[in-house]
Design a protein around this ligand. Structure first.
Ligand code: F6R
Length: 615
């Protein structure tokens, strides 16, 4: 949550920071701000709204000149989104300026203490408390900025990624992290600071990722010093070469990132299984699983923790693991898991699924499981993310950057990775025959082509969207493997179109939701050939008798549902266990088109952020 960008060097900082903030808007977009040192003084401009609003405002408010600066795009935690609560925040003396991503939990007591010493506050934020605490320490202890930041952070409880500078010493920027990501781009004569590498990719591919509880003092022409915040020990900076390029984080001719990412799925799924699924040799090769095979084979059960869409991928995985590898699986909301004193033993394997690799609740669940001795395996998309680093082992999804806030390709690639793991375990345990195993590999290999086929229904789905775009509610039904897809379809619709939608197991409809059905209720039913087809057809009959409008997601060539439903959308045939990879595609497109038709901001839906780094 919240995007941070900073620059110190010889170029103009303003365009670098503004363009960088636009790339980080997926992290939050309810207000934005920038602070520049223009060679003489500190210039700050900030506003409620998006980065384009900031551009407009800063045009009138500041000279956009200077070689040092920090900028912020906010997802509000403390204090409503308004101009005053926007970052950057300035200390009482007007000398120190800060941007912050995270939450200072003990800010109220710190604030009281500072007020008793004469400090005043303009905003409701915890961040303004932090910058004044730093100022107070700097004065009281008579220390330099870096030391003051370190002492102040040792008094703070919470999570943060911060960037601070002093207008009297603008050749130095101090940054620190605990729980929120922070990267430094190392240029020839300059340094970039950002929540992820996207703001500086066009300038440098050399990056240093700060670890939790580390701070860095970045000095123009002098380099970087990294220290542990707690014990002051020096850390050797590890500079890594980034593999992503600019095209991957641009829209590439699509109207929205979400649409681009939906269409990227054939490639993303191929990238996910490339080098892992070796059909000719009839093997699956995944180092993270291979190296820890004993842990997996000895596990009494697998616990999957995740949030949102990743949790839905976990539910699909529950079916796959139990079905193929015959191992008991529990799927937990990461946020609930840690607050109910769960029973975890050394014989448990915990799989944490996260696109961003930064989700605070998932991270906390991992730490809890580790503390109880469980083996923790991560399935993440963002390379080098906190979850990827915190887990004992893992497998990346290799989906490429996902920028649209609504998760699409992350979901299908997570399912792909989890299917590979389940198949590998099934083979090792002997719970799948060699013929079946080969068949699965063949079918999985064909999924990208079939996703391409499914994407061809786009124009047809657009027409259906036109008919139902004004519906106030929608129901999504599915059984077995496609029950989690129904949940995911409903989540996609509500998060980007703000239409209320619910997903249910199709048979559960009779136990309540059926009361909602009348001639105005559109119901999307996933009724593919191999997933309890006859039973779902009966459910469709029940809806039909109550005059509900039925949109069936069916297997190519389907006859029965076609006769009953108001509309059908076909997907190619595949194995039941792989069907979520196809049935989810029309649901993504349906949500996308409805949201566009309603004029909603598809890539940045209200109140949401891509990376949820607060609990
Ligand atoms: C929905 C969506 C969210 C995320 C959830 C977990 O489209 O994107 O529900 O799936 O916030 O995020 P990650 O996977 O990054 O842990």
């Amino acid at each position: 949550m919240c995007g941070i960008v900073g620059y110190i060097g010889t170029r103009e900082a303003y365009p670098i920071i503004i363009e960088g903030l636009k790339r980080l808007e997926y992290r939050g977009y309810d207000s934005a701000g920038i602070a520049l040192y223009d060679g003489k003084d500190l210039k700050v401009s900030k506003t409620k709204g998006k980065v384009v609003d900031l551009e407009e405002r800063s045009e009138k408010e500041i000279t956009k000149h200077g070689n040092v600066g920090i900028g912020h795009t906010r997802w509000a935690t403390h204090g409503v989104p308004n101009d005053v609560n926007s970052h950057p925040h300035i200390s009482n003396s007007g000398e120190l300026v800060i941007i912050h991503n995270g939450i200072i939990e003990n800010y109220e007591s710190l604030k009281k203490e500072l007020i008793s010493r004469g400090y005043t506050f303009k905003s409701d934020t915890d961040t303004e408390v932090l910058i004044n605490l730093i100022e107070d320490v700097k004065r009281q202890e008579n220390v330099k900025l870096g030391k003051a930041v370190q002492i102040a952070l040792n008094q703070v409880i919470g999570a943060y990624a911060i960037a601070v500078f002093d207008k009297n010493k603008p050749e130095e920027v101090v940054i620190a992290r605990l729980g929120s990501p922070l990267a430094i781009g190392v240029g020839k004569d300059d340094f970039f600071i950002a929540s992820d590498a996207s703001p500086f990719l066009e300038y440098t591919k050399d990056a240093i990722y700060l670890e939790d509880e580390e701070m860095a003092i970045i000095r123009l022409h002098k380099g970087i010093k990294i220290r542990k915040i707690k014990d002051d020990s020096l850390v050797d900076p590890y500079v890594q070469k980034l593999q992503i390029n600019l095209e991957q984080i641009e829209k590439g001719g699509f109207d929205h990132f979400m649409l681009k990412e939906i269409h990227e799925q054939p490639k993303a799924i191929t990238d996910t299984y490339r080098g892992r699924l070796l059909r000719q040799e009839a093997i699956i090769k995944m180092a993270g699983v291979e190296d820890n095979m004993k842990k997996f084979l000895n596990a009494d059960r697998i616990i999957i923790v995740a949030c949102g869409t990743s949790w839905h991928a976990g539910l699909v995985a529950e079916y796959i693991f139990e079905d193929l590898a015959r191992v008991p699986v529990e799927v937990e909301y990461a946020s609930e898991f840690r607050y109910r004193n769960p029973i975890i033993t050394e014989k448990d394997v915990l799989i944490a699924i996260s696109q961003s690799g930064e989700t605070a609740d998932t991270l906390a669940a991992i730490k809890l499981a580790k503390s109880k001795g469980a083996f923790v395996f991560g399935v993440c998309n963002v390379v080098g993310s906190s979850i990827a680093r915190e887990t004992h082992a893992g497998a990346y999804t290799h989906a490429g950057p996902e920028i649209g806030v609504a998760s699409t390709k992350a979901f299908t690639t997570q399912i792909t990775v989890l299917t590979l793991i389940a198949l590998r375990l099934a083979r090792a345990k002997g719970t799948i025959s060699s013929t079946d195993f080969r068949h699965h590999l063949l079918e999985l290999e064909m999924i990208p082509k079939k996703v391409e086929e499914a994407l061809k229904s786009d124009a047809h789905i657009r027409k259906i969207s036109e008919i139902y775009k004004e519906a106030p509610n929608m129901l999504y039904l599915g059984r077995g493997y496609n029950f989690p897809v129904a949940l995911e379809g409903a989540l996609k619709l509500k998060e980007i179109s703000y239409i209320h939608a619910e997903g249910y197991p199709a048979a559960e409809m009779k136990h309540g939701p059926i009361a909602l059905i009348d001639e105005n209720m559109p119901i999307i039913v996933i009724a593919t050939k191999k997933g309890h087809y006859e039973k779902v057809v009966s459910n469709i009959q029940e809806i039909k008798s109550r005059k509900g409008k039925i949109i069936g997601i069916v297997t190519e060539g389907d006859v029965q549902v076609k006769e009953l439903a108001d509309h059908v959308i076909e997907v190619p045939e595949t194995l039941e266990s792989l069907s979520p990879l196809l049935t989810t595609i029309p649901l993504q497109l349906l949500s996308y088109h409805i949201a566009v038709m309603l004029g909603k901001n598809v890539d940045q839906p209200r109140n949401l952020a891509k990376s949820v780094t607060v609990e």
